[in-house]
Ligand binder design. Structure first.
Ligand code: SF4
Length: 333
């Protein structure tokens, strides 16, 4: 059974992958166990990277149909550079070493320079930290400025790789453009992360297979797959949430395909599913994000998926890591 799965995932056998994606019950538990074994024998072993996220701004020039960020003009915010640096220093002082600086796609040069300033100052304060950016498509010069300021990783998800499906979900961008940005980031020297959303409206098994082919073709340090969560206020608000089992099976396939990658267990798994993130770790993931960096008053304004978003704290994250028999570590790469 294990050999069958490994062989067919590694060779991207389409028929077998369709079958594995639909595993349930005992077969699904075997798949998760296999993914866990592969993760625990990879170079990162059974360690989980703990990150803190700071959501810098919800201003965004894209118009993704699954997202409600920046649609309500009254709720727009942008953190001041002193606030960002202060949050970083405070988190460093309580022991955190990996930071995800996330924002809507906001090309404003002053904003990017503020982020570069905070990267530089926080690196000077604690050279051991790891800075991960997730800021959307920027210009080459902006990517380079941020890289030279100390950010070493960048997450730019392609979300869905099929040309028409991408247009349907992200009408303000194209998959070619997104891919060009991903390749630029790799060329600059960033450790890059990308991935998809599973369960998007009108997504087919063929689309998911194309996503795996694309992930397999890129030189990535981090891969991710989030679950579609229907935000009632978004254009896709009438569609139902993505199937949790399909998401978990996709994550296990990713682990088998990319044993030495960082794969996050995201809060999208936890929507209407209390054990969602724990199950993500059980399916082969190895990073968890603590939502303790964004000032409380702005957290509700960063609702990509839902206004009732789940914001896990440190205790919750450490608890599920322990329940999975894993170790929380400050960083993995
Ligand atoms: S998903 Fe991200 S890029 Fe798309 S509209 Fe929302 S914040 Fe912007």
């Amino acid at each position: 059974m294990d050999d069958y799965i490994i062989e067919n995932v590694k060779s991207l056998n389409k028929t077998a992958i369709f079958e594995i994606l639909q595993y349930k019950d005992e077969k699904q538990q075997n798949l998760f166990q296999l993914a866990r074994n592969i993760r625990n024998n990879s170079k990162f072993k059974n360690n989980v990277e703990l990150r803190s996220v700071i959501e810098l701004s919800n201003i965004c020039s894209q118009k993704c149909n699954y997202c409600y960020i920046a649609k309500d003009k009254k709720s727009l915010y942008r953190l001041d550079k002193d606030v960002i640096l202060n949050r970083l220093i405070n988190l460093i002082n309580i022991g955190r070493r990996t930071f995800l600086l996330q924002s809507g796609e906001y090309h404003n040069q002053e904003f990017i320079e503020d982020i570069a300033y905070c990267c530089k100052k926080s690196m000077e304060y604690c050279p051991e930290i790891r800075l991960i950016l997730c800021l959307g498509n920027l210009s080459y010069d902006q990517y380079k400025l941020l890289y030279d300021s100390g950010a070493s990783r960048y997450i730019l998800k392609f979300e869905t790789s099929n040309y028409n499906h991408h247009k349907f979900c992200r009408p303000s961008d194209t998959i070619e453009n997104r891919l060009n940005h991903i390749k630029t980031l790799i060329d600059i020297g960033y450790k890059v992360g990308t991935g998809n959303i599973v369960g998007l409206p009108k997504q087919t098994f063929d689309n998911l297979y194309e996503d795996l082919e694309l992930i397999n073709s890129l030189d990535l340090a981090m891969v991710s797959s989030t679950r579609f969560v229907s935000n009632p206020l978004s254009v896709f608000g009438k569609y139902k949430n993505g199937d949790i089992n399909l998401s978990l099976n996709f994550l296990s396939i990713l682990r088998i395909l990319k044993p030495d990658s960082l794969i996050p267990s995201t809060t999208s798994l936890a929507m209407n599913n209390d054990n969602g993130q724990l199950n993500g770790l059980m399916a082969g993931c190895n990073t968890i994000t603590i939502h303790d960096g964004t000032p409380k008053e702005f957290q509700k304004n960063y609702a990509i998926y839902s206004q009732d978003r789940f914001s896990p704290g440190e205790l919750y994250c450490r608890n599920i890591i322990e329940q999975c028999g894993m170790n929380a570590v400050k960083y993995l790469i």
